[in-house]
Design a binder for this molecule. Structure first.
Ligand SMILES: C[S@@+](CC[C@H](N)C(=O)[O-])C[C@H]1O[C@@H](n2cnc3c(N)ncnc32)[C@H](O)[C@@H]1O
Length: 249
C-alpha cells in the first residue's frame, strides 16, 4: 500500500497517524511512478483511495457529510432502515460491536439509532479512510452527536473482550450489482480486503458465535444458505440482502 504525498498539501495528520500506529506497510511516495496497485492520497481534502490500474475511477473517500447521507441518519428516516428492523421491535439494546466496520455506513446508522458502537477495522488503509471520515464529520453539529457514540479501533475484532448487547457482522461478499461504476469502485477494495471463502466464513462465524451477546445480526446475500451454528432465530429480508438473527444459545 502507498500514500501519495503532494507538495501542495500538508498531510501532517495522516502521516503522524501512519507513524504512530506503525503502519510500516504503507510506503510514503511522492510520484505516481513509484506506485503499483492501490494507494491513498488526499483528494478534495479527503483521505481517499485510488488504483493506478483504474485511473478513470475517481478516488473514494468516506464522506458522511453528503446531504443525502446526513438525511438518512435523521429521525424517521433512520428508523425506517432495514438495520433497525434487524434490531427487533421495542428492544432495549444500548451497546453494539461492529466487528467489520469497513467504510462505516452501518456503524453510523447504529449510532444514529442511539447505540454506543465499538467498531473494529483490520485493514490499515480502510481504517485510515474511516478515521478520516469520522474526524471530518465531527465538526458537524448533527453528526458530532452521533459520532460521539462511535469508538473506532484498529485491529481484528476477534480479539475484542467483553460483553455487548448486539454483535454485528458484515463480511465482504460478491454482490449481484449491475452498475458497472460501483463494480469498478469495489475493485480497489477487493485488492486490499479479501472476500472470505465459505469455509473461512464458517470458521470465523464459529468464533463470533462464542462471544457474549444478546443478539447477533449477520448480513448475508439474499440467497445464501443460513449458517447452522448457534441459535439461529429468523431473517429480516431486504431486496438484495438479508440479516440473519442469532440469539444466545
Ligand atoms: C463489507 S465490509 C463492511 C462494510 C460496513 N458494514 C459498512 O457499512 O461500510 C467488511 C470490512 O470488514 C473488515 N473485516 C473483516 N474481518 C474483520 C475482522 N475480523 N476484524 C476487523 N475487521 C474485519 C474488512 O477489512 C472490511 O473492511
Amino acid at each position: 500500500m502507498f500514500f501519495l504525498k503532494s507538495s501542495e498539501q500538508n498531510h501532517s495528520t495522516h502521516l503522524q497517524v501512519i507513524k504512530d500506529l506503525n503502519f510500516n506497510n504503507i510506503k510514503v511516495v511522492e510520484s505516481l511512478d513509484q506506485i503499483n496497485g492501490v494507494y491513498l492520497l488526499e483528494y478534495n481534502n479527503m483521505l481517499s483511495i485510488a488504483d493506478v490500474d483504474n485511473p478513470k475511477v475517481l478516488p473514494i473517500a468516506v464522506n458522511f457529510l453528503k446531504p443525502n447521507f446526513k438525511k438518512r441518519l435523521t429521525g424517521s428516516q433512520v428508523r425506517s432502515e432495514l438495520l433497525n428492523k434487524a434490531l427487533g421491535k421495542k428492544h432495549n439494546y444500548k451497546t453494539l460491536l461492529d466487528a467489520t466496520a469497513g467504510m462505516g455506513v452501518d456503524c453510523m446508522i447504529f449510532a444514529a439509532l442511539g447505540l454506543k458502537v465499538q467498531a473494529y477495522e483490520k485493514s490499515e488503509a480502510i481504517y485510515l479512510l474511516l478515521r478520516d471520515g469520522l474526524d471530518r464529520a465531527r465538526n458537524d453539529d448533527r453528526l458530532s452527536e452521533i459520532i460521539n457514540r462511535v469508538n473506532l479501533n484498529f485491529g481484528n475484532s476477534l480479539n475484542h473482550k467483553g460483553e455487548v448487547d448486539v454483535l454485528y457482522l458484515d463480511f465482504m461478499f460478491n454482490k449481484a450489482d449491475k452498475k458497472a461504476k460501483s463494480k469498478k469502485d469495489m475493485e480497489a477494495f477487493k485488492k486490499i480486503t479479501n472476500i472470505p471463502s465459505d469455509e473461512e466464513l464458517l470458521e470465523e462465524f464459529k468464533s463470533y458465535i462464542g462471544f457474549k451477546f444478546k443478539r447477533l445480526v449477520f448480513k448475508r446475500p439474499l440467497k445464501a444458505e443460513v449458517l447452522k451454528v448457534g441459535h439461529f432465530s429468523h431473517s429480516v429480508e431486504g431486496k438484495a440482502i438479508r440479516y440473519d438473527i442469532y440469539l444466545p444459545s
